[in-house]
Design a protein around this ligand. Structure first.
Ligand code: SF4
Length: 283
C-alpha cells in the first residue's frame, strides 16, 4: 500500500504551484499510514468536499466521497458516522466554504463532538471565482469585490472553534508538508471533532508562501501545553511577526455518535420499514 493506491484517474486542473497539492499529498500519505497500521481499510475512509478550488480533492483521492453543495461538507459526514461508526470521515473545505456558508455546521458539529476530521484550505479568498473577500481576508487586501481593499475585520477560526467546543484545534501550512502530514494523521486518530486550518498558498490570487514561510514556527516545539485552553486562546491571537503552526488544543470528551447510539451500528440492523413503503407515502 502506497500513495499511488489513492490516485484517481481524474486530471488535476489546479494551477501550477497551488498549495492544494501539498494538502492532497499530505492527506494521501496520512491515509497510507492509517491503512498500513491497520487502523482502517481504504474502503472505510469517506471524504467530503465543498465548492471552491479545494473541492476537486474529492475527484483526486480514490476513496468513497461526497462532492457537496457550498458550505455543506459536514452534514453528509454526520449522516455517514451515525449510520456506520466504523468509518473514518474526513471533510475538506475552503475558507469561504467553511467560515461563510458553512459556519453553522462547523460550530454545531464541533459542539457535538462528532468523530470527524475537518481540514480547511485557507487561502483567504474565494479563488475559484477569481478572488472575492471571504471571512479570513485581511483588512486592506484588494479583490474584485473590494477594489479599494477589504475593510471587514477577519474572523479568527481558532477562537471560533475553541469557543464552539472543538476537541482538537490545529493549524497547518502548505509550505511544510511533512508537518501537515503529521497533523492530519494526529487529527484522524483523535477520537472526536478535529479541526485543522491550513494556511494555503494561492499563487494566482493570494501568493503567501514567501510571506509566511519566515514567520511560521512549530508551537509544539516551544513547550506549548496542548491541554491548556487559555494558553491555546492566547496562541491563537499570534499573527503578525510570528505565526504558530501545530496543535493548539486537545481534550478528551465523549463523542456524539456514542452518546446517540452506544455501540449500535445502524447499517448492520434490519430496517424498521421498507424504503418503498416510505416512498409510497409521498406518491
Ligand atoms: Fe490554487 Fe488559487 Fe489556482 Fe485555485 S486559483 S487552483 S487556489 S492557485
Amino acid at each position: 500500500m502506497g500513495v499511488r493506491e489513492f490516485d484517481s484517474i481524474a486530471k488535476n486542473t489546479w494551477c501550477p504551484g497551488c498549495g492544494n497539492f501539498s494538502i492532497l499529498a499530505a492527506a494521501k500519505q496520512a491515509m497510507v499510514e492509517l491503512v498500513q497500521s491497520r487502523e482502517v481499510k481504504p474502503e472505510q475512509i469517506v471524504i467530503s468536499s465543498g465548492i471552491g478550488c479545494h473541492g476537486k480533492i474529492s475527484d483526486y483521492i480514490k476513496v468513497n466521497s461526497f462532492y457537496c453543495l457550498h458550505g455543506r461538507i459536514v452534514p453528509p459526514l454526520m449522516g455517514v458516522k451515525v449510520a456506520n461508526q466504523r468509518l473514518k470521515v474526513i471533510g475538506f473545505a475552503g475558507d469561504g466554504d467553511a467560515y461563510d456558508e458553512g459556519v453553522s455546521h462547523l460550530v454545531h458539529t464541533a459542539r457535538r463532538n462528532l468523530d470527524a476530521t475537518i481540514i480547511v484550505h485557507n487561502n483567504q479568498v474565494f479563488a475559484l471565482t477569481s478572488s472575492q473577500v471571504t471571512p479570513t481576508t485581511p483588512i486592506g487586501f484588494k479583490t474584485k469585490s473590494a477594489p479599494k481593499g477589504s475593510f471587514e475585520t477577519p474572523l479568527n477560526p481558532f477562537h471560533l472553534m475553541l469557543a464552539s467546543g472543538a476537541t482538537f484545534v490545529a493549524r497547518g501550512f502548505t509550505g511544510d508538508m511533512r508537518h501537515l502530514r503529521s497533523l492530519i494523521l494526529q487529527a484522524a486518530r483523535h477520537r472526536g471533532f478535529a479541526f485543522i486550518d491550513v494556511l494555503q498558498d494561492c499563487p494566482s490570487f493570494n501568493p503567501t508562501l514567501r510571506k509566511f514561510k519566515p514567520k511560521v514556527y512549530d508551537l509544539n516545539k516551544e513547550g506549548h501545553d496542548v491541554g491548556d485552553f487559555a494558553a491555546a486562546w492566547e496562541k491563537a491571537k499570534e499573527w503578525n511577526d510570528r505565526i504558530p503552526i501545530g496543535l493548539f488544543y486537545r481534550v478528551e470528551k465523549e463523542i456524539y455518535e456514542k452518546q446517540l447510539l452506544g455501540d449500535r451500528v445502524l447499517v448492520d440492523e434490519k430496517p424498521l420499514t421498507s424504503i418503498q413503503s416510505v416512498l409510497d407515502e409521498f406518491i
